[in-house]
Ligand binder design. Sequence first.
Ligand code: PEP
Ligand code: MG
Length: 320
Amino acid sequence: RRAEAQAVKNDPAVTKDGVRVRAAANLASLEEVAAVAQSGAEEVGLLRTEFLFMRREAAPSEDEQYDIYRQMVEGLNGGALTVRTVDIGGDKPVAYMDRPEEENPNLGWRGIRYSLAEPDLFETQLAAILRASAHGPVRIMFPLVSTLEEVTAGKVAVRKVMDVLKERGQAFDETIEVGIMIEVPAAAERASLLASHVDFFSIGTNDLTQYVMASDRANPKVQKLCDPFDPAVLSMIAKSIAAAHEAGIWIGMCGAMAGDPLAVPILLGFGLDEFSMAAADVAEFKLTLKGLSRADCEALAKKALEQESAAAVREMVAAG
Ligand code: PEP
Ligand code: MG
């Protein structure tokens, strides 16, 4: 099966009934760019920028970040780089940032909440991302969005930084896409509203599952409960995809579920446009896709929503 997957890794990501989706990879460091470029992925659906901020003495400067984002996009053979603004906090603490101890870090001051409260940090990162967009296709994505207010504030910051760059005479893509992660239940619930304010969505199933199921994604005691195949989570995913399409925007997934061969038929059936996963999983994903038809998957996805449990969904999909 491995050799079979390797043989199709440079084919387009297409089902046996000719439905084309996008196969993308997640990226977390400059060192991984070569592996992504050779994986068969068309682009990067998620760059986790946390790595840039961790294990060092101070936050990286604008030039330092620009340099890294630029090298990344230049290494992708024309594929887009979706840069997620930093998701500090939660399970990703950073020593030099003077942050209070939190009793519930996953419900605390992380993601876009933190960026909006630290405009210097946020605008510095936005400037670096925008400048990189002069060298290839780049997108901006905000993590952990809960409300429209956060989206609006994030976009205001992007506009402000664009004006600064213009004043400085620095080039950037004026039509850069700005999107958000769907990983908080409130955002999934309000996906129709949010969709009319952004260019794309990307579902973060790691956090979405932890919040829908109220089960810590890192706590082994509740791992069984923290299952994205639970129909409660699937329902949020289906709703987000439908809302995106009604509003005329595309929607991807960059949580671990996107790279799970058992999840692919359901997600395809819901109509997901982009699957972003570990580079090592892209070839296998394309092979899985070749064996599926969208029409069959649509029926399967509908049935999945009616199951009593995650276990029942898994059994149903495994049975084909
Ligand atoms: C997610 O939550 O699914 C996600 C992709 O983001 P992270 O794992 O970095 O929180
Ligand atoms: Mg997340």
